[in-house]
Design a protein around this ligand. Structure first.
Ligand code: PLP
Ligand code: COI
Length: 340
């Protein structure tokens, strides 16, 4: 393990590790792919990704477990979602089995960068893909590059388990028939102004509404949302314009099958926000970040779980999910991929 890193105090940022993977698509097929130490990419000035944002990405993590194995969590789900995204963006999907192999090979090569068990840090894995040849008219590229790099990371929100504050913005993230349900770079480009504005005003993130009616809760810029009702039911918004979070789908399973809780995926109206007992953001980067307060145009909604600590059910979900990821709790079949 690298010995000059303060694992316990890492933030969520890029740190160059030793190895990364790339494969090129040309003349209708993907080449065999290679590992490289070169972190730089040289592109034509008119590359489709630079002009028309033809790019998508994934995010997953490698964990060092209690018995010192290195594992990752449901990489097949990221492979599938990236293939779905690629299709929506008119990109050639990278073969899903090769996606998982590429992820595992990069982690294995960077094994010294996987943070120690118990440090609170993990190795973030970023697969991505972009149109690489020169394209002038608005159309998809002919050539693509798929890459995977890694970076050790700490909590996405400073303070980790400390509740955060969201605000309902006057900006939308996804159009009703747009790309909100896939992991396209463009979804994040359009959230940049909203996040800068939220931070300027003292909020941690934006809680987006459905742009069709602006009455329903969708998700934040980088995570899905779960709520807990006062009678202990775990509720998550149902919408076809939010990203199908792997963390959220896993948490709903854990809630039902490990914790015996009732769960519901349904439309959640803004008017209901006052009725919930707990709220949290969920995602690979966010893990499960408790929300203490939601600000809606001058009206403050204070979650009964408060601004000091995670709500009780959020905490149970967090402990169970991270316990599964860190090898402390028996996982459902197929959830944990042992790398080495
Ligand atoms: N929603 C958005 C917009 C995201 O960027 C992410 C992060 O990947 C998520 C939700 C959470 O998805 P997952 O749990 O698969 O990481
Ligand atoms: C992730 O959770 O992996 C993401 O891609 C979210 C991103 C905003 C950091």
């Amino acid at each position: 393990m690298k010995n000059n890193i303060d694992w316990n105090n890492l933030g969520f940022g890029y740190m160059k590790t030793d190895w990364r993977y790339f494969s090129n698509y040309k003349n209708g097929s993907w080449d065999e792919g290679h590992l490289t130490i070169d972190e730089n990419i040289v592109l034509n000035e008119c590359a489709c990704v630079l002009q028309y944002a033809q790019t998508c990405f994934e995010g997953l993590k490698a964990y060092r477990t209690v018995d010192d194995k290195v594992v990752c969590f449901r990489p097949d789900m990221n492979a599938k979602r990236m293939a779905d995204t690629a299709e929506r963006l008119e990109m050639p999907p990278f073969p899903q089995d090769r996606f998982v192999e590429a992820v595992c090979s990069v982690v294995k090569k960077n094994v010294d960068w996987v943070p120690p068990f118990g440090s609170g840090a993990t190795l973030y894995i970023r697969p991505y893909m972009f149109g690489s040849d020169a394209i002038m008219g608005v159309k998809p590229a002919n050539e693509y590059q798929f890459r995977v790099f890694t970076s050790p990371v700490g909590p996405y929100f400073k303070g980790g388990a400390k509740p955060i504050t969201l605000r309902i913005p006057d900006f939308d993230r996804a159009a009703p028939l747009g790309t909100g349900h896939v992991k396209a770079g463009l979804n994040y480009a359009m959230s940049l102004h909203a996040i800068v504005d939220a931070h300027k005003k003292g909020f941690n993130e934006n809680m987006y509404l459905d742009s069709g009616t602006r009455t329903k809760i969708e998700e934040t810029g980088g995570a899905n949302i779960i709520f807990v009702t006062k009678d202990g039911k775990v509720v998550t918004p149902k919408s076809n314009t939010i990203l199908p979070s792997i963390t959220r789908r896993s948490l709903m399973y854990v809630a039902e099958h490990y914790l015996g809780l009732n769960t519901e995926e349904r439309e959640v109206y803004k008017e209901e926000l006052n009725d919930f007992a707990e709220c949290a953001l969920c995602g690979t980067a966010a893990v499960l970040s408790p929300v203490g307060k939601i600000y809606d145009h001058g009206v403050e909604i204070n979650l009964p779980s408060g601004m000091e600590k995670m709500g009780e059910i959020t905490h149970k979900l967090y402990e169970t999910l991270t316990g599964i990821q860190m090898g402390k709790i028996e996982p459902p079949e197929g959830w944990i991929k042992v790398i080495c």
